[in-house]
Design a protein around this ligand. Structure first.
Ligand code: G1P
Length: 294
């Protein structure tokens, strides 16, 4: 299919969060660098973006996040030592993950004013083109990968897309929630959106799971810096305005894989187990060890 839509080349990763839920592990290390098996959480999310054809990776960082920048750089001494020791597999692994020169950008969110503000911090680097946004806490485990599925839908429909998946009714107040035209369809037009609706008021149980394709007009709306739920500058509020004031369409793409919220301890632990079980080199032995433990 030849797409008439402007291509999505850039992805934004907001990685400024403090990670207080993982103290003391995150006292000196960013939460995005915690490993899920042997890859940092942020690497899994960058992998997903790469698999969807993203060419430029934009990190919105904060204080004490410098090691993320180092992770996506080459490590000359390490590579030389590996080469001297003939560790070809390890060298291949590192070079496979390394972005090409100029493919990464880093900017800082100077104050924790909310997700909308973090995204707005990337406006100069994104420029006037549609972009993907991936929240690193939320690992989407599935084949096809989530953002790749959204790209397929974007090529057909254009506009703005969010990934959604159902949550139990008693958790809708924790997320952005969408109402859709057809809740059973894989892709459906969004009819309403609300950030963290009070209990019992959600338009559905479909939560925004942390993957977005957005048009650049979102930046003009975020520029207003209006506060929403929790006193924060909310991305969802700007998306509502993008639909209502500028008339842009929004689509929900239902993700059918597993989602692990690595911002929570249980989600992070489950992600480690699930990603390891899915690997040929670790799955069988982990399975028998887990059986023994339980
Ligand atoms: C953010 C978004 C929310 C989304 C959630 C997914 O909320 O504002 O719409 O459902 O991520 O994790 P936060 O987790 O920052 O409170």
């Amino acid at each position: 299919m030849i797409s008439l839509q402007k291509p999505i080349r850039k992805a934004v990763f907001p990685v400024a969060g403090l990670g207080t839920r993982f103290l003391p592990a995150t006292k000196a290390m960013p939460k995005e660098m915690l490993p899920v098996v042997d890859r940092p959480v942020i690497q899994h999310v960058v992998d997903e973006a790469r698999a969807a054809g993203i060419e430029h990776f934009i990190f919105v960082t904060g204080r004490n996040k410098g090691v993320i920048e180092d992770h996506f750089d080459s490590q000359f001494e390490l590579e030389r030592t590996l080469a001297e020791r003939g560790k070809k597999n390890e060298l291949d692994l590192l070079s496979r993950d390394l972005p090409d020169p100029g493919q990464t950008s880093f900017t800082r969110q100077q104050a924790p004013l909310g997700l909308g503000h973090a995204v707005w911090c990337a406006r100069e680097i994104v420029g006037n083109e549609p972009f993907a946004l991936l929240l690193p806490d939320m690992l989407h485990h599935g084949d096809p990968p989530c953002l790749a599925e959204m790209m397929t839908s974007y090529a057909e429909h254009g506009g703005n897309h969010v990934a959604v998946s159902p949550v139990p009714e008693d958790q809708t107040h924790l997320y952005g929630i969408v109402g859709v035209e057809d809740s059973r369809a894989k892709v459906s037009a969004i009819t309403s959106m609300v950030e963290k609706p009070p209990r019992g008021t959600a338009p559905s149980n479909l939560h925004i799971s942390g993957r977005y394709i957005l048009q650049p007009e979102i930046f003009g709306l975020l520029e207003r810096q209006e506060r929403g739920a929790g006193g924060e500058i909310q991305l969802t509020d700007a998306m509502i305005k993008l639909g209502e004031e500028l008339g842009q369409p929004f689509f929900a793409v239902r993700f059918d894989g597993e989602i692990y919220d690595c911002g929570s301890k249980i989600g992070f632990l489950l992600a480690n187990v699930a990603y390891a079980l899915a690997r040929d080199d670790l799955g069988p032995s982990l399975k028998s060890e887990l059986k023994r433990l339980l």
